[in-house]
Design a protein around this ligand. Structure first.
Ligand SMILES: *[C@@H]1O[C@H](CO)[C@@H](O)[C@H](O)[C@H]1NC(C)=O
Ligand SMILES: *[C@@H]1O[C@H](CO)[C@@H](O)[C@H](O)[C@H]1NC(C)=O
Ligand SMILES: *[C@@H]1O[C@H](CO)[C@@H](O)[C@H](O)[C@H]1NC(C)=O
Ligand SMILES: *[C@@H]1O[C@H](CO)[C@@H](O)[C@H](O)[C@H]1NC(C)=O
Length: 521
């Protein structure tokens, strides 16, 4: 048995890859935002995330961990499906929400109706200082009064001393979520077109800009589009179609970024094959490069471009796929690759009990996988995807203007990115996206050798290495990063940091379902 595993391990490191890394940042390398991995939060249960009369300390800690690493907390968008089912009543205490019954496929459905008051938006003060926020208001119900009352209350919250003194700022108001689906979900007639949406949107934007004090000189601007899908052309729904239909006229001039949404598919049951598909380097690239024409059209209008809502699969995630260690690798490669298309921020969608939530910020009593009552309540915890946010933060670092370039690696399962500060190479991330599944018999490794190209800086001599350690790709807990765990009762890191130091010339092995962060010295 010993002998067999020895032979297997010899066999399993048979592949070696030479990786060329530019010593200086290529001219094309974009600056990467410290809050590249940000969160989109389902609006109906926002107060479970934030807290009501005092902050939800667990959620705060998970955000603050990231802030301690990069200097900036993740950006937070609150909206999504329930945004278009929200009404306002000034004196409503926090939020009153009505939920449809849970099902096995969707154990934690979105509210069918929610009524919020001033105290609801005021809880934005519980976010970490200096958080940049986006709030959604209701377009779906086609009631301008409701949208105006929400916008006024949002503006009131952001001008309150608690939020102002914490430096928490409102970057955007989003008017309506996924309006391209209104024709399917009954919020508009089945014939609803882009130009009808533009007319609706401009009408609401006129009122909302007045209510929220959005002007040419205000910090707060509008986020435009927020479509679920895209035709990627000037017919149907897409940013380019919306521009052509006059979106950027009148109050549309107050749009400063375009948001689109993306899920890699709609699979409500999971499998090992599905997990591997999600993690695969080429499908990750396929899911993002489809936006190239949309991004180009957006930049042609001098606007920023974000993925304002995204995650793995519909149904709030596929069980045994979206909630696993493998999904952490997907999250990391997906967000890092997005930078290469100049997508500035990637908002991963989260909700209470959603399978693809990076964080479960409160105790749950119902299974997120099938809705059955849990044998014992599950206290607040992070899910494996959270580690992707930590790794991205460590790779990006604290300068606020690090640059990132994807390395050319001619290998179907190895992706790599180099990070630069000033123009100097400082770190690199490598991802082995082969899913090590319960049915896998061997865990293969790929050996990476590094070569440095270009002049102008001395080649590094040694590297320190941190690893994302996972059991099987399907594991839902027990993941560690550099030997440390975030799976703690308060969401803070625990355990001793484990860093290997190696001569550059030795290269390193990366096994299936593993991430390494290499720091160059
Ligand atoms: C990697 O580079 C070394 C040294 O340049 C070379 O000998 C080796 O053949 C290369 N390996 C591959 C797989 O290209
Ligand atoms: C919206 O704006 C229009 C035009 O200025 C105005 O007539 C209307 O009263 C406003 N509606 C609300 C609810 O503020
Ligand atoms: C529109 O919303 C306002 C504020 O909630 C509400 O008072 C009014 O009844 C709504 N109008 C309709 C037609 O539903
Ligand atoms: C998106 O990813 C899924 C797997 O997660 C894959 O089935 C699908 O083909 C990908 N889409 C594109 C356009 O590449």
């Amino acid at each position: 048995m010993r002998r067999l595993s020895f032979l297997l391990s010899i066999f399993s490191v048979a592949h070696a890859l030479n990786i060329s890394i530019p010593r200086l940042a290529p001219a094309t390398a974009p600056v990467v935002s410290p809050s590249l991995i940000s969160l989109s939060i389902e609006m109906d249960r926002w107060i479970d995330w934030a807290g009501t009369t005092s902050r939800n300390q667990f959620f705060f800690n998970t955000l603050d961990n990231l802030k301690q690493i990069t200097g900036s907390p993740p950006q937070i968008r609150i909206g999504a499906n329930s945004e278009d089912h929200t009404d306002f009543r000034q004196d409503a205490e926090f939020a009153q929400a009505v939920f449809p019954p849970p099902t096995a496929v969707v154990p934690y459905p979105e509210a069918s109706r929610i009524v919020v008051g001033d105290s609801y938006y005021a809880t934005t003060r519980f976010l970490p200082p200096n958080t940049h926020v986006t709030w959604g208001v209701n377009l779906g119900s086609n009631n301008v009064t409701a949208a105006v009352l929400e916008a006024r209350s949002i503006a009131k919250a952001f001008s309150s001393p608690g939020i102002k003194s914490a430096g928490i700022v409102l970057d955007y108001i989003e008017i309506g979520n996924e309006p391209d689906l209104y024709k399917n979900n009954g919020l508009r007639p089945s014939t609803y077109t882009t130009s009808q949406w533009v007319t609706d949107w401009l009408k609401f934007a006129g009122n909302v800009s007045t209510a929220a004090g959005i002007t040419a000189t205000s910090h707060t601007k509008f986020l435009g589009a927020s479509f679920a899908g895209s035709s990627h052309s000037t017919s149907g729904f897409s940013p380019q179609a919306a521009f052509q239909a006059g979106l950027l006229t009148g109050p549309g001039k107050l749009i400063s970024a375009i948001s689109q949404h993306r899920y890699s598919g709609s699979f409500c049951t999971g499998s090992g094959g599905l997990l591997q598909d999600l993690m695969t380097k080429s499908t990750i690239r396929g899911n993002l490069t489809v936006f190239k024409p949309d991004i180009e059209a957006t930049f042609a209008q001098d606007l920023d471009y974000i993925l304002g809502e995204t995650n793995s699969y519909a149904c709030h995630g596929a069980p045994g796929v979206s909630n696993t260690a493998g999904a952490a690798l997907w999250t990391l490669d997906y967000a890092l690759f997005a930078t290469q298309l100049k997508i500035s921020t990637v908002f991963f969608h989260v909700g209470i009990g959603f399978k693809y939530s990076l964080i479960q910020p409160i105790t749950l009593t119902r299974s997120t996988l099938d809705g059955t009552t849990l044998p014992a309540p599950a206290p607040a915890h992070v899910q494996p995807q959270y580690y992707a946010a930590i790794i991205a933060a460590e790779a990006i670092g604290k300068t606020g203007n690090a640059k990132i370039t994807e390395l050319t690696i001619n290998h179907a399962q190895i992706a790599g990115y180099a990070f630069y500060e000033g123009s100097k190479l400082v770190r690199a991330v490598f991802i082995n996206s082969k899913a090590y599944l319960p049915e896998s018999t061997t865990r293969t490794s790929v050996h990476l050798d590094f070569g440095f190209t270009g002049d102008g800086a001395t080649a590094p001599a040694s590297v320190s290495v941190r690893r994302l350690a996972t059991g099987r790709a399907t594991d839902v807990s027990g993941v560690t990063w550099g030997g440390q765990s975030y799976e703690t009762s308060d969401g803070r890191v625990s355990g001793a940091l484990k860093v290997e130091t190696l001569p550059v010339a030795a290269g390193l092995d990366i096994q299936e379902t593993e991430v390494v962060l290499v720091e160059f010295h």
